[in-house]
Design a protein around this ligand. Structure first.
Ligand code: MG
Length: 394
């Protein structure tokens, strides 16, 4: 999951024109509660610890729409799709040959509610299967019907639904296997990537899907999606505070950015006081304890750790609950070093770690007029707040 090799690539297919949708803009770029649908979908994969890179397949004509929708997100360069979804996926896979991922998750851009748990299920099944897809059992009784003599529609048969499933995405595959399967199926039209894998004789497992993992296909779906995002949901706020002592060194880590300084900061991890306060703020907003509970200082794994691991984990917990970070704001209290010149870099770094736009990250700095421990340059403090949107309370 870490290191230089790419273990898992998420390929998001956003090549559709949305002909069925009847809007002037393809549906994946339409706002969903004020945020482009595609951006929300990408948030499901950015920051997932099992996903090393995210690439979007787009229509060449949509380049500007795409650029606006993904501002500030850490994505691989997009790749142009083809005339059909299948061709788009194949283009995406071919574009990733150089990245040599072990696994790929192929996902519809129009599914913005994929949970971390669902992704975990698919990735877990890839340990033992060439492919795995999330699916939900069919619960409605199924009827086969045909035209009646009077012009209406008449049931001809009740279909046994006991072995029927509704396929969702992301569909996960071992990369080399699905690439070969797509190349082999280039002349055959198939409805999803699992069908491409099946045609190649690959074993594709079913993992738990989610009724909320909705594909926005019609206007009604978009209205339902809006309701899922805002209606019935609620907003929560969390607060964080942290202090680290100054010590020997020539730099400090603040907000994930290395800043040259006359002294360093002492701590078990990289002592990034700003990211620690922010992590606590995000954890606080979802009542998920504090940083020390999740990453005990007694655990040697976190010795010298880059603190972005902590913040990314907190952001992941929010997404796991079906929520989203709306904004964060951090105040760094330090006499030295001067934060101003690094403010923008810090905001961008934090935005990147949380998978949100830099416009949702506030970074401020203040001194204490040489008063107190921060004034005497004995330590640096940071305060942070985070606002989080969660689905309806349970
Ligand atoms: Mg700390």
């Amino acid at each position: 999951m870490t290191g230089d090799t790419m273990r898992c690539l998420a390929l998001i297919v956003a090549g559709g024109q949305g002909a069925r949708f009847g809007a002037s803009v393809p549906k994946q770029y339409l706002p969903l509660a004020g945020e482009p649908l595609l951006r929300r979908t990408l948030g499901c994969f950015l920051g997932h610890p099992g996903v090393d890179g995210v690439r979007v397949v787009i229509r060449a004509d949509d380049r500007d729409l795409y650029g606006r929708a993904v501002t500030g997100l850490d994505l691989l360069p997009p790749v142009s799709g083809g005339a059909s979804r299948q061709e788009s996926v194949r283009n995406g896979l071919e574009s990733a040959v150089d990245l040599a991922p072990e696994a790929v998750l192929i996902h519809d851009a129009a599914r913005p509610f994929t949970t971390r748990k669902l992704i975990d299920g698919v990735l877990g099944a890839l340990a033992t299967h060439a492919g795995a897809i999330p699916a939900v059992p069919v619960r409605d009784t199924l009827k086969r019907a045909g035209p009646a003599r009077d012009g209406g529609t008449l049931i001809t048969e009740t279909v046994d639904r006991s072995s029927l499933w509704r396929a969702q995405t992301p569909q996960g595959f071992r990369f080399d296997a699905i690439l070969a399967a797509h190349r082999a199926a280039a002349q055959t039209e198939l409805t999803d990537d699992a069908a491409v894998a099946e045609a190649a004789g690959l074993g594709v497992a079913i993992t738990p899907g989610d009724e909320d993992n909705l594909k926005v296909t019609t206007q009604d779906d978009l209205i339902r999606a809006e309701r899922m995002v805002s209606g019935g949901g609620e907003t929560r706020t969390g607060f964080g505070y942290d202090v680290h002592r100054c010590g020997p060194g020539d730099h400090v880590m603040l907000g994930g950015v290395c800043i040259p300084a006359q002294s360093g900061l002492v701590g078990h991890s990289d002592a990034d006081v700003a990211l620690h306060a922010l992590t606590d703020a995000v954890l606080g907003a979802i009542a998920a304890g504090d940083i020390g509970q999740h990453f005990p200082p007694s655990d040697d794994r976190w010795k010298g750790a880059a603190s972005e691991v902590f913040l990314r984990h907190a952001g992941g917990l929010v997404r796991e609950r079906g929520g989203a970070v709306i904004n964060v704001d951090v105040t760094i209290v330090a006499e030295r070093p001067r934060i101003g010149p690094h403010r923008e870099a810090i905001a961008e770094r934090i935005a990147h770690i949380l998978g949100i736009a830099p416009s949702r990250v506030g970074v401020k700095a203040t001194t204490t007029e040489k008063l107190g421990f921060t004034g005497r340059r004995e330590g640096i403090a940071a305060q942070a707040v985070a606002t989080v949107r969660l689905p309806a309370a349970d």
